[in-house]
Design a protein around this ligand. Structure first.
Ligand code: ADP
Ligand code: MG
Length: 384
């Protein structure tokens, strides 16, 4: 279905054409008209299904023709679990908010960087995209007022709860205009999401595209999965062999610890393969820069902990490699789900050491997938 039947205004439709979005994804078909219709929303849809635009577009439209926000009062609050996601969502608001008749000002705030510049910039902001902890700090400093917001968005609500933001979210909910429109987005539905829904949402429209109800594996159709059986000490050489032989670029590699990420990056660099790390011990600046370079195609390899396995959207990513297996089948799916997005196929490769073989079979069984790991003892890895 095209975007033009969903009630969106001309300027937004024009911008969609300009950005080469032609057909609305299922979740967008359901969510956009319902938001425009002032309804509360409970949307359950997998990662990569286009949830961001489904709330950004109608929110921008609803802000047209309204009064400018009063100094430190914001009109729309979007809560997100990570700094990276807050930046990414703010970019979408800015892209589509820029050329509207009434310009909409949006801003991302997150922890891990100094609070003062954020406090200064928080003047006349319409849409604030925030991680819960930093928002509370800003509220405590009177840098922002949320008592008069018109719309509250909870993006990746399941992830926020998993990351232990429940208490912070409760504090925020207590200070919010209770009559605002509530929009909740989540990749999964569980008891906790259900209780937030009951607590907060008023007669919500529940949007759950059909495919979401099916087995999560259905969504992995676009991804070719390959596993190699390899001794621990040959993992590094095999990794470099595969990257070079397959001329992989770009490729996202997951490792299990910060230490492993750093050592993998330095060995890749020593061997002439351009790589940068992404993990929680890096400064925000370093993380943003690595991601930006990677997204722009200026970085060949990004090596990350599971920090990057959810929420982050990389439009063109043909290869994902598990240097080590993640702990759970769910994490495995989230990791490999980084590739094969937005209708372009991808390959996910796992390097399995003898110690990991049992765990690998557990993951396969949970996914109901049949796959044989390829033995690599005969591979000539000399020079890699
Ligand atoms: P989610 O929040 O559901 O995980 P995103 O909103 O991050 O998903 O969207 C995933 C990707 O799909 C992004 O690259 C986005 O630009 C793209 N996308 C969203 N809607 C459409 C559409 N209607 N047509 C084509 N691509 C789209
Ligand atoms: Mg999202």
């Amino acid at each position: 279905m095209s975007f033009s039947h969903l009630g969106l205004s001309e300027p937004l439709l024009k911008e969609l054409v300009k950005q080469k979005y032609t057909l609305a994804y299922p979740v967008q078909q359901g969510v956009i008209p319902a938001i425009l219709n002032n309804r509360d929303i409970l949307a359950i849809a997998k990662t990569g299904s286009g949830k961001t635009l489904s709330f950004v577009l109608p929110i921008l439209q609803k802000l047209q023709g309204t009064h400018k926000a009063k100094s430190r009062h914001i009109k729309v609050l979007v809560l997100v679990p990570t700094r990276e996601l807050s930046v990414q969502v703010a970019e979408v608001f800015q892209l589509f908010g820029m050329n509207l008749p009434q310009r909409v000002k949006s801003m991302a705030v997150y922890g891990g960087v100094s609070i003062n510049p954020q406090m200064i910039q928080l003047q006349g902001i319409d849409v604030l995209i925030a991680t819960p902890g930093r928002l509370l700090d800003l509220m405590d400093s009177n840098a922002v007022q949320i008592s008069e917001i018109e719309i509250l968005v909870l993006d990746e609500a399941d992830k926020m709860l998993n990351l232990g933001f429940k208490e912070e979210m409760g504090k925020i909910f207590a200070r919010i205009n209770p009559n605002c429109q509530h929009l909740l987005f989540s990749a999964t539905f569980n008891q906790e999401i259900s209780s937030i829904t009951e607590l907060l949402l008023k007669d919500p429209v529940r949007i759950e595209p059909d495919s979401e109800k099916e087995n999560i594996n259905e969504n992995l159709e676009l991804i070719t999965q390959i596993a190699y059986l390899v001794k621990e000490e040959r993992k590094g050489p095999l990794l470099r062999y595969l990257i070079k032989k397959e001329e992989m670029k770009p490729v996202l590699i997951f490792a299990s610890s910060i230490h492993k990420v750093d050592s993998t990056v330095s060995k890749l660099n020593i061997n002439g393969i351009q790589a940068l790390p992404l993990h929680s011990k890096l400064s925000m600046g370093a993380r943003t820069e690595a991601l930006q370079l990677f997204k722009n195609g200026k970085l060949r390899v990004l090596v990350a902990t599971d920090l990057a396995s959810r929420g982050i959207d990389i439009p063109f990513l043909p290869f994902v490699i598990n240097y080590e297996l993640p702990r759970s089948p769910k994490d495995y799916i989230h990791r490999i789900g980084r590739t094969g997005r937005a209708d372009s196929p991808g390959t996910a490769i796992s390097l399995i050491s003898p110690d990991e073989e049992h765990h690998f079979h557990v993951i396969l069984k949970k996914m109901g997938k049949l796959m044989e790991a390829i033995p690599t003892d005969g591979f000539d890895l000399k020079g890699y």
